[in-house]
Write a protein that binds this ligand. Structure first.
Ligand code: DGT
Length: 218
């Protein structure tokens, strides 16, 4: 079955840094008729030869604006990508970029209020002018100390100086956006999974989402 004549059932996979979003998407590679859009982070590490992610972590005050501006572009590209299958799974969204990351950078003062205003206006413009499909959000809920340990272990060079407090702030913003509903707008129903589990147990947890996602693929 294809989605050529209709819109694909679109799932955003959301959760803190290191919550296992990529692993979740990889779990669905075994099934047919699903388009997986993973890892925009690789584009952020190599923009015409520039590692924007690294520049942003090394000097956030200088690079946050450029970084978030490019994140918006890569996210919009993923939202707009033609999908030949009835189901589309994507890692993160324009919404988490705005409500979690940009929000955090604004509150911490990393972004100047004027820079924030520009990013916010771009977000509002895109949101109101361009149709962005969202049918389900899979929220990989984690405990900040657990993902902080994972981030240290995976040793992505740019992330080595990320403090626990940053992960805690991002956690609260995800919770306020997706669970408490006190921040921004939640564009689809939320399915929450326990993503604290380690790799040996996580497959069982991921399976809990299969019926909601796969019934659209057959
Ligand atoms: P995973 O598979 O759950 O471990 O996911 P990650 O950690 O590979 O991917 P993600 O998107 O949570 O984080 C990628 C890096 O980019 C991380 O160091 C946080 C940083 N970052 C800063 N601002 C943003 C933003 O607006 N959006 C996203 N996605 N990442 C941002």
């Amino acid at each position: 079955m294809s989605a050529m004549n209709g819109k694909p059932f679109t799932v955003f996979v959301e959760g803190n840094i290191g919550s296992g979003k990529t692993t979740f998407l990889e779990h669905f590679r075994q099934f047919e008729d699903i388009t997986l859009l993973t890892e925009p982070v690789e584009a952020w590490r190599n923009l015409q030869g520039w590692n924007l992610l690294d520049l942003m972590y090394k000097d956030p005050a200088k690079w946050a604006m450029a970084f978030q501006s490019y994140v918006s572009l890569t996210m919009l590209d993923m939202h707009r990508r033609p999908t030949p299958t009835p189901v589309k799974l994507m890692e993160r969204s324009l919404f988490s970029a705005r409500y979690c990351f940009v929000e955090n950078m604004m509150r911490s003062g990393t972004l100047h209020p004027a820079e924030f205003a520009v990013l916010d206006e771009w977000f509002r413009f895109i949101h109101h002018q361009i149709p962005i499909e969202a049918d389900l959000i899979v929220y990989l809920k984690t405990t900040p100390s657990i993902v902080h340990e994972r981030i240290k272990k995976r040793a992505r060079s740019e992330e080595q100086c990320v403090p626990l407090s940053y992960i805690e702030d991002l956690h609260r913003l995800h919770e306020d956006w997706l669970i408490n509903r006190t921040l921004g707008e939640c564009p689809a129903p939320v399915l929450m999974l326990d993503a604290d589990l380690d790799l040996s147990q996580i497959t069982e947890e991921y399976k809990k989402s299969e019926h909601q996602i796969l019934r659209k693929a057959v």
